[in-house]
Design a binder for this molecule. Structure first.
Ligand code: ADP
Ligand code: MG
Length: 622
């Protein structure tokens, strides 16, 4: 992770556009690169920018982490949550205004103005400062490439004035906004839900200070907002506050001198609570410690996840009430919701995940980081608006071979690498054991000889094969790669017509570099791979020979002399032993000896077959 190299700097910049999640608590940039979206963070730094602004006595405002940290020492000159004021009038934001440590007025044309250190700022100007910081961080992450085109996300409930204010902020920051999109839509894009023909999605977004739930409906890749609900004053901060209040009481009881009146104390407690809360998302127990050397306060205690969950439960139930309202408003029922997406850092809490799952009756998507999905989705939209496609690689040839794992673990390649698409290939397979009624197929991709060294594309099972002796069933497997690079694998048993299929996108999530790496690896390991493959194939062959010999012996034992029988048994034991090891010369020798030892048995069996055939003819002649 870290530095992102862009090869063609200036030309590339023209075609790039970043996605920006302009959040109430944190903001973040992302970019589509090599077939998938990535979060932009410079080496050794976080990508996300706390949406906090500090106004020093001299010099320009400071944005981000430095500003947030400053709140500990100088809370009167730090502004949080400016997003709450975007596109609003003073009367809309009375509660929020009360939280701001400096005077707020309104200009003649009804625009909110913050008065700080003798200067006036509009919410747009302040959001522009945050956007500039995100832009700067993103460009540094890209190795200094100057990208000004962007897609910015806003909550689904934002009205035209709020969206307009966001656009204005971007303009002030020198950014060229391709589109403003809804946060829940961006999150759904990040999970690829737009690829569904139809479906309903619930997006549960618990951030720092706000909770939003949106019900979206997808139709042919287009999202429509059916309903939104939420609570503009419910989020991770409230959980921090609950924990901090609990600690404050405990400190007042236990510590000798608790600086309860000190405004810095409240900030220190709040930060300690957030740290503890976050730690409890991955651990069952965590330490809550506060230290204010100047007041002589050093205090620590252990907090269990269970305790935090007890404190946060009522807040989470409030969020679920909003979910119920949104579902009702959307005129859907819980059963109609096909996907649940988690957004916002606070959804990392196990309790939140559990309750959301219980409420919707289905497991939410959690593969992506909930505090990154919105930016990631915005970068996908940005990429598409720049004329890109979401298909990972535009293939006109298959860059890697496609095949199936054989019984011994080797790969049967059906489609060779660099085949022009569309293309197809069919190969016959059969059963390995007597009366085998199902075959498991493992579809792989890559140039290595053993399936375990290739990339798994999918697995499926063909059932309904009629019970037959080993090797008698006829199964045709067809690989078909269409013009879009989709691979459809069909396995069909000839006598019964039983069919099983799987469809996969071979290049999904594979970048050019990864393809290159796979090819290089195959080249470097070619020799040992060939040997490993020979071993795998010989092992399969021996398995089939052993099986046939056992059956043959059962049939024709009486016709063989003792010495031949002993020879065969010895060769069988040696073959079994050799198959268990990975020694190519040994397994080759065992196969040859085995073949020689079973020659007399083969002769006897041939004889028996010939006799039966002759008898058959005689019968016919009668
Ligand atoms: P917003 O969308 O409001 O800008 P975020 O999605 O960045 O905010 O969420 C910020 C919130 O997520 C904060 O309250 C933060 O404490 C919380 N958070 C971040 N990481 C974790 C974690 N590991 N466990 C619990 N909460 C977390
Ligand atoms: Mg957010």
């Amino acid at each position: 992770m870290g530095f992102i190299e862009l090869t063609v700097l200036n030309n590339a910049a023209q075609k790039l556009a970043i996605g920006i999640d302009l959040g109430t608590t944190n903001s973040l940039g992302a970019l589509w690169k090599d077939g998938h979206p990535i979060v932009l963070h410079p080496v050794g730094e976080h990508g996300y920018v706390p949406s906090a602004i500090y106004f020093p006595e001299h010099g320009p405002p400071v944005v981000g982490k430095a500003a947030r940290d400053r709140a500990m020492l100088d809370p009167a000159h730090v502004l949080f949550s400016v997003k709450r004021f975007m596109g609003r009038g003073l009367k809309d934001v009375a509660t929020d205004a009360a939280q701001v440590p400096f005077p707020i007025g309104e200009s003649e044309n009804g625009v909110i103005e913050f008065e700080i250190r003798g200067r006036k700022y509009t919410p747009e100007q302040l959001s522009a400062l945050i956007l500039m910081k995100v832009h700067d961080t993103s460009c540094r992450a890209m190795g200094g490439v100057e990208v000004t085109k962007c897609v910015i996300t806003v909550p689904a409930y934002f009205d035209e004035a709020q969206r307009g204010a966001t656009r204005d902020a971007a303009r002030l920051a020198g950014l060229d906004v391709l589109r403003i999109i809804n946060e829940p839509t961006a999150a759904s894009l990040a999970y690829g839900l737009d690829k569904k023909k139809q479906g309903n999605v619930a997006v549960f977004d618990l951030g720092g200070g706000t909770f939003d739930v949106s019900i979206l409906c997808i139709e042919d890749g287009v999202f429509r907002v059916l309903a939104t609900s939420g609570d503009t004053h419910l989020g991770g901060d409230d959980i921090d506050r609950a924990l901090a209040d609990w600690a404050a009481e405990k400190i007042a009881r236990e510590a000798k001198q608790a600086p309860t009146k000190d405004p810095v104390f409240a900030q220190v407690l709040r930060l300690a609570a957030e740290r503890t809360k976050q730690a409890l998302s991955s651990a069952e127990h965590a330490e809550f410690h506060v230290s204010m050397p100047e007041t002589g306060l050093h205090w620590r205690t252990e907090v269990s996840r269970e305790h935090l969950e007890r404190l946060s439960a009522p807040l989470i139930e409030r969020a679920l009430c909003c979910c119920q309202r949104a579902v009702t408003d959307s005129k859907l029922t819980l059963k109609d919701i096909d996907d649940v997406v988690l957004v916002g850092g606070a959804t990392r809490m196990p309790l939140v995940r559990r309750r959301v799952q219980e409420f919707f009756g289905r497991e939410p998507h959690t593969d992506l980081n909930p505090d990154e999905v919105v930016a990631l989705g915005a970068s996908i939209q940005a990429h598409v608006l720049m004329g890109g496609t979401r298909d990972v690689l535009l293939m006109d040839v298959t860059p890697l071979s496609l095949g199936l794992e054989t019984v011994g673990g080797a790969v049967a390649k059906l489609i060779q690498r660099n085949s022009t698409i569309p293309c197809q290939a069919t190969e016959g397979f059969t059963t390995y054991a007597d009366n085998q009624t199902g075959i498991d197929f493992h579809v792989v991709q890559g140039e290595r000889e053993l399936a375990k060294d290739c990339r798994t594309l999918g697995r499926f099972r063909l059932r309904g094969i009629p019970p037959l002796p080993a090797g008698m069933a006829r199964v045709a497997v067809r690989f078909h790669v269409d013009a879009n690079g989709m691979l459809l694998v069909t396995a069909r048993e000839e006598t019964t017509g039983a069919v099983a299929t799987i469809e996969v996108k071979p290049m999904n999530g594979l970048s050019d570099q990864e393809v290159e790496h796979m090819l290089r690896e195959a080249y470097l390991k070619a020799r040992e791979d060939m040997d490993a493959r020979r071993v795998a194939d010989l092992r399969t062959e021996l398995g089939i020979m052993l099986h046939a010999t056992r059956k043959g012996l059962a049939f024709a034992q009486a016709e063989l002399d003792r010495e031949t029988r002993l020879d065969i048994e010895e060769a069988m034991a040696a073959a079994e032993a050799a198959s268990r090891k990975d020694d190519l010369p040994a397994i080759q020798r065992a196969r040859d000896t085995f073949e020689r030892a079973t020659l007399p048995l083969a002769a006897v069996l041939m004889d028996a077959v010939a006799k039966a055939a002759l008898q058959g003819r005689k019968l016919d002649e009668v």
